[in-house]
Design a protein around this ligand. Structure first.
Ligand code: AMP
Length: 415
């Protein structure tokens, strides 16, 4: 299947080409025809699969038939970072069309609010919003959504986790009942199905590789004691095997202290967490995107939505508490059919969590033996009941004495 099969209008096809998309991804092949038929959709798809374009392309094509700068599509997203990234994809894909968009999200100052308000006043076809900020615009009476035709909920599971259920229902009460609604979620817990029953009309269900990391990710773990982690991390970062790196840690304090430790080890790195002003966060992300900043460290807030091409390494400094977050974290690398490496440090305390991840992804993750210069690695008692149902990874023993970071990618580079 190619994009030609969808018969998109000329301007949108030009946008697609300029974005460098050649072949539709699996979710795009499944979702685009259904959306174009006018059906509601509930889609289970993780980030990194091309899910954003799977709803943007058909909606842009349909709106492109009569662009009149009234808000016809509303995209709800859990975080400002995701809202901004969706907006950037709209701008790229719609570049050669008459369609305009505006992202509105909280967290900025009064000036940001005013800029967003003016953006809407300038008449847009597509609004991308975080629920809280949209509610305040609706409450002020400065925004009407009575021409709306398409409602899209992106990362619906995360929106519910963040407590946006009531806001979503309030927003929906401002929308025309006759509309097409598309719900995208990385996971499908009962509360999402319940929401879907309330807001979707005979939806078509699309499931793409539920909860599986992209196949291009080379996943590895090191078993370590806490005091071995930073030394090992510095050695991996200095190995020269990776150019664009995200490090995740579960707590803000750990992110801050690790930032200091890595800086004092001479590494060019910045931290990304909720205590940092939005303008600074944007600067850091921009530097990271432009590859002038090679390493960022963040909490799980960073794992959702960050859409930067060419990230070749994700390090989990600790095991994320929620196994789904593991998939989101490592999904920052190997975006859209490229390859990348994901390394996770597992200590005794996190071992059970790590086993839950293996169960979720239904495979055994390759273990790399800690090189002797870092001291002896811990030995964990394996929990027989907690092992993956079918271990597909059979290379646990092939990696003895491997240098940190010397995955297939580095070997390939060295050839
Ligand atoms: P998403 O899953 O929507 O977060 O998309 C992940 C990344 O894949 C983004 O950088 C998109 O620009 C990119 N992408 C989406 N669709 C395609 C495609 N058909 N071909 C190549 N890249 C794509």
């Amino acid at each position: 299947m190619t994009f030609k099969d969808f018969n998109f209008n000329e301007q949108l096809t030009e946008g697609l080409l300029s974005m460098g998309y050649k072949t539709p991804t699996a979710i795009q092949q499944s979702a685009i025809p259904v959306v174009m038929e006018g059906k509601d959709v509930i889609a289970c798809a993780q980030t990194g699969t091309g899910k954003t374009a799977s709803y943007l392309l058909p909606v842009l094509n349909l709106i492109g038939e009569h662009p009149n700068h009234q808000i016809k599509a509303l995209i709800l997203a859990p975080t400002r970072e995701l809202a901004q990234q969706i907006d950037q994809q709209v701008e790229g894909l719609a570049y050669f069309t008459e369609i305009s968009s505006q992202a509105i999200f909280g967290g900025g100052d009064g000036i940001a609010y005013e800029q967003q308000r003016r953006g809407i006043d300038n008449k847009v076809d597509i609004l991308i919003a975080t629920p809280g900020r949209l509610i305040s615009f609706l409450a002020s009476g400065s925004l009407k959504l009575n021409h709306l035709q398409y409602l899209i909920l992106d990362e619906a599971d995360r929106m519910l986790d963040m407590g946006f259920q009531e806001d979503i229902m309030r927003i929906i009460s401002h929308l025309p009942a006759k509309r097409q609604t598309l719900l995208f979620s990385a996971t499908m817990p009962g509360k999402i199905r319940q929401l879907a029953r309330t807001i979707l009309n005979e939806p078509e269900q699309i499931n793409i590789a539920i909860s599986q990391p992209a196949s291009g990710i080379n996943q590895q773990i090191y078993k370590v004691h806490d005091e071995q982690k930073t030394k090992l991390l510095v050695s991996i970062l200095k190995s020269g095997a990776f150019n664009s790196i995200i490090i995740f840690s579960s707590t803000k304090d750990r992110v801050k202290s690790l930032n200091k430790e890595l800086k004092s080890a001479g590494l060019k790195v910045d931290a990304f967490h909720s205590d940092i002003k939005q303008s600074e966060r944007e600067d850091i992300l921009l530097d990271f995107k432009n590859k002038t900043l090679p390493i960022i460290i963040g909490t799980d807030a960073l794992s959702r939505g960050i859409d930067v091409e060419g990230i070749d390494l994700v390090v989990n400094y600790d095991v994320p508490p929620d196994p789904e977050d593991y998939i989101h974290r490592i999904g920052r690398t190997a975006r859209a059919a490229t390859t990348g490496t994901a390394i996770t440090f597992v200590n005794q305390r996190d071992f059970r969590r790590f086993q839950s991840i293996q169960q979720l992804i239904d495979r055994e993750i390759e273990e790399v033996t800690l090189p002797p210069e870092f001291g002896e690695a811990p030995k964990f008692k394996a929990d027989a009941n907690n092992r993956p149902r079918r271990g597909r990874g059979n290379n646990r023993n092939n990696n003895r004495n491997r240098k940190p970071g010397s995955g297939p990618k580095q070997q390939a580079k060295g050839q």
